[in-house]
Ligand binder design. Structure first.
Ligand code: HEM
Length: 184
């Protein structure tokens, strides 16, 4: 376990330093949800080279993000000394950045073209997980530079973001690949 995490644990001063990350993260999730409900879905779809339509494109980009998120978790375990091998911290940083970036065009299409829908339990769960994912990701990024947050903050926020992404993948890409087929 590298020194960074031991120092952080020693200097934690309770939950107060978490207030801003939690409030801003909560607001991000809320604003995405309200926008997803309030605006009229446009049905807008972009054609992306190599994909036959927006749906398979979204299913594969989300799968890419899901795989990178697994790299994130494994590299995080290494950073916390739980893996027994040392993976360079850069792997965690860059797999996280790429995993997040891959979700942006997908979520843009979801929110702008489709909106927050709740007619089917799968789609309701998916829509809420989408808003929660960006909220908890925001909270993690705001807590990251803070030296005085509790030692459990990053593993818990990171774990929640990963769980939300797994849920997003199961309620969309996995559904697409099993209900429609594995196609591009
Ligand atoms: C931010 C809030 C989000 C909302 C409100 C939302 C909403 C939706 C809705 C209503 C659909 C259509 C579902 C259907 O009829 O089958 C959909 C599809 C999809 N969404 Fe999202 N989504 C969000 C975020 C995300 C994110 C972050 C990802 C990926 C990381 C994602 C991946 C997908 C994929 C792959 C599909 C196509 C497969 C499908 O139709 O289920 N969504 N989304």
């Amino acid at each position: 376990m590298n020194t960074l995490h031991r120092q952080r644990r020693r200097r934690s001063s309770g939950l107060l330093p978490l207030l801003t990350p939690l409030v801003v993260g909560g607001l991000v999730a809320l604003v995405l949800g309200v926008y997803g409900r309030a605006h009229t879905p446009t049905g807008f779809a972009v054609g992306v080279a190599g994909f036959s339509a927006a749906l398979p494109m979204k299913a594969w980009l989300t799968t890419g993000s899901f795989v990178l998120a697994i790299v994130q978790v494994v590299s995080a375990m290494s950073m916390w000394g739980r893996l027994g091998i040392d993976i360079p911290p850069g792997v965690h940083r860059w797999s996280g950045r790429l995993a997040f970036l891959l979700t942006i065009p997908v979520a843009f299409h979801c929110l702008y073209a489709l909106g927050l829908q709740y007619d089917v339990p799968r789609v309701l769960a998916h829509s809420l997980l989408g808003c929660f994912f960006y909220g908890v990701f925001t909270a993690k990024m705001l807590a990251l530079p803070k030296q005085d947050v509790p030692g459990w903050t990053l593993p818990v926020f990171g774990g929640l973001a990963f769980t939300a992404l797994v849920g997003l993948w199961l309620t969309s890409s996995f559904w697409f690949f099993t209900a429609i087929g594995v196609k591009v």
